[in-house]
Design a protein around this ligand. Structure first.
Ligand SMILES: C[S@@+](CC[C@H](N)C(=O)[O-])C[C@H]1O[C@@H](n2cnc3c(N)ncnc32)[C@H](O)[C@@H]1O
Length: 280
């Protein structure tokens, strides 16, 4: 009885994952056209041994440092990015994630402990100089449940999130786990949609006359329904502030913008920037 209930629950969760990944095929393209201008201001700084939490289809990869390789292809620069690990809980994202990683010149492999399904294999023969890219299934929602493949690769020089802190179970917990996985002096890079920042918030660099108080309330009202449609996404999290408030950083430097491109952008103002972990 218990195992039948578990099977049904897992099947429903799997359908929910599939539905979101299918919706994200269209939605991520729309999202990228709105946010790439901000991603490209900081993503080229990302370097070293890198971890990305919740990469989805890997929209971030195209803005990493690239270079022309000996065979003439324009690929991620192995002198800047030494290795790239992604922690993604939704396996329906993997096919496009792998395709994008391979298109950017990474040598993809799967962590079989967290994702034993042998159907997914790399499609490009590895060649010398390719940067390793490991796909790991999991999250940073629980410090006691971080996949071994991530712990084995830690500590990281750079960790990034892009529209993932809205969905993690608890942002403070995920951020503390991110900080614990960083080297002293390592950098956390983020771009996240947030609750409308206070009108006097000094991080706001593009205000566009948006009524932040009104739209903040709208964000609070719609979040309970949005969470269900958006696979756990909260449109009223103050992720920039949460990064700053967990402490333990020597530098926190981020900007916030209130775009007015469309209705959705009014409920998705952005905060993007970085936080550098304090030295020991
Ligand atoms: C809105 S999508 C963003 C995808 C991608 N980072 C981008 O910028 O296009 C959110 C991503 O977070 C992943 N995710 C969901 N729950 C998560 C969790 N608890 N921890 C980490 N990532 C999670 C989803 O599977 C999805 O890939």
């Amino acid at each position: 009885m218990v195992s039948a209930a578990r099977t049904i629950k897992n099947t429903l969760l799997s359908i929910y994952d599939w539905m979101f990944s299918t919706m994200w095929i269209v939605e991520s393209t729309r999202n990228d056209t709105k946010v790439d201008i901000y991603r490209k201001t900081i993503w080229p700084e990302i370097s070293g041994n890198v971890l990305e939490l919740g990469p989805g289809f890997a929209a971030s990869l195209k803005f990493l440092a690239h270079a022309t390789t000996s065979d003439g292809s324009f690929h991620v620069d192995p002198n800047v990015i030494k290795s790239y690990t992604v922690l993604e809980p939704n396996p329906f994202m993997y096919s496009r994630l792998q395709g994008n990683a391979e298109a950017n010149g990474f040598n993809v492999n799967y962590d079989r402990l967290s994702y034993p399904d042998e159907k997914m294999q790399n499609t490009v023969s590895p060649s010398p100089g390719m940067v390793p890219f490991k796909i790991v299934r999991g999250t940073l929602d629980d410090a006691h449940d971080i996949p071994k493949a991530v712990l084995a690769q830690a500590p990281f020089d750079s960790i990034l999130t892009s529209f993932s802190l809205c969905t993690v179970r608890n942002p403070e917990t995920a951020l503390k786990n991110i900080q614990a996985l960083l080297k002293p002096g390592g950098t956390f890079y983020f771009i996240e949609h947030v609750r409308q920042p206070d009108p006097r918030d000094p991080t706001v660099v593009e205000d566009n006359g948006v009524d932040a108080v009104f739209w903040g309330k709208v964000q609070d009202w719609i979040t309970p329904v949005w969470r269900i449609i958006g696979h756990g996404c909260h449109v009223n999290r103050r992720s920039g502030l949460t990064v700053a408030n967990i402490g333990g950083w020597k530098v926190v430097d981020y900007k916030s913008v209130r775009p007015v491109i469309d209705l959705q952008s009014r409920i998705m103002p952005l905060s993007f920037g970085k936080a550098v972990k304090a030295d020991d």
